[in-house]
Design a protein around this ligand. Structure first.
Ligand code: GYE
Length: 333
């Protein structure tokens, strides 16, 4: 056993792990006989560049990744880019220099990644995109992309509104709080929503601006919306946190959220679900942040040189007030 384990190459070890052959035995005996794994020498090293800590979704996503890496016996080098692309590029270059085995990252914006991704490819370090994608034409720059279908989330939100406003006879004024400018979820949710609401010509987006996916941003931009638009019927916020920030602005303006203004958000994190169960929000399209376990599986596979699907889509649902009440008690994040 000792002999086998100490002579396995990184690639070979990854293959065995991926096949499930050593998955359980390794951690059990590794610490006792050679101590090799405890020293980290045989562990897959994953460099992960996170967007930041802008929302409840992001916190849950970070926790999921850290927990899953620990459970999978993967050594995680974690970097928080504080929502700046330049920090992410710097972190990726550091990972390349440190010769990590695999790089994964959640790109803050869609554009501008080709150069650094080419550097990773030249260094023969496989890259996995998580949560958000890039707009690179060269698909060989990364192995796979795991995350949600953001266009669908926007579309589901819009379709629900179309359903609710079927009997509306006059204009329904919508304001939109966009996510981080240039990010995939902001671009795609906006697109899906616009496509869906086109089914009812009464539905009109009268103002649309970025609140950067944060509560503070949501509050501030909603204040401006309320000042500039005397009649707001609906708020579509690209995430729960901006919706939660907007609640404060709406209440301060003397309006009742969920009644005077119908509120639709995306994510379904705990605070958002609570607002929905309380009737302050009216509908949430879920976006799951629990990407850690699937990401670690993919890390093992690409490290072992196994082929992986180029797209791994997250499963999600939607919630009305009643569904939120039912789901809240067992909600994990
Ligand atoms: O919806 C938002 C977060 O990229 C899916 O980023 C993610 C989005 C999520 O800040 O809350």
């Amino acid at each position: 056993m000792v002999h086998i384990r100490t002579t396995i190459t990184r690639r070979g070890l990854g293959a065995l792990l991926a096949a499930g052959l050593l998955a359980t035995g390794l951690s059990g005996c590794g610490n006792s006989d050679t101590g090799g794994d405890a020293g980290g020498t045989d562990k897959i090293v994953l460099g992960f560049s996170q967007v930041g800590a802008e929302s409840g979704w992001r916190t849950a996503n970070t926790n999921s990744i850290k927990e899953a890496a620990g459970a999978a016996g993967i050594e995680l080098k974690f970097d928080d880019a504080q929502q700046k692309q330049e920090n992410q590029i710097k972190a990726i270059r550091n990972f390349i220099q440190q010769k990590v085995d695999v790089i994964a990252f959640s790109p803050v914006v869609e554009s501008g990644w080709d150069t650094v991704l080419k550097e990773a490819r030249d260094a023969k370090i496989p890259v996995i995109l998580t949560d958000r994608s890039v707009d690179s034409a060269d698909k060989t720059l990364y192995q796979t992309f795991i995350g949600s279908d953001f266009v669908k989330e926007g579309r589901l939100s819009g379709e629900w509104l179309v359903e609710q406003t079927r009997s509306a006879t006059g204009p329904v004024n919508i304001v939109e709080l966009q996510g981080t400018t240039g990010s995939a979820p902001a671009n795609d949710r906006r697109k899906g929503f616009a496509e869906a609401i086109a089914a009812n010509p009464n539905l009109k987006v009268v103002a649309s601006q970025s609140g950067d996916f944060t509560r503070a941003g949501g509050k501030q931009v909603m204040e401006q919306f309320l000042k500039a638009n005397p009649k707001i019927d609906v708020l579509f916020a690209h995430n729960d946190d901006m919706g939660l920030g907007a609640l404060e602005a709406i209440t301060a303006a003397g309006k009742v959220p969920g009644k005077d203004i119908t509120i639709i958000t995306i994510d379904a994190v705990k605070d958002g679900m609570q607002a929905l169960a309380d009737g302050k929000f009216n509908f949430i399209a879920e976006c799951s942040p629990l990407l850690g376990p699937q990401l670690m599986d993919l890390v093992k596979k690409v490290h072992a040189g196994e082929s992986v699907p180029t797209r791994v889509e997250t499963e999600e649902t939607t919630f009305t007030v009643e569904q939120a009440k039912a789901a809240l008690p067992t909600r994990k994040y």
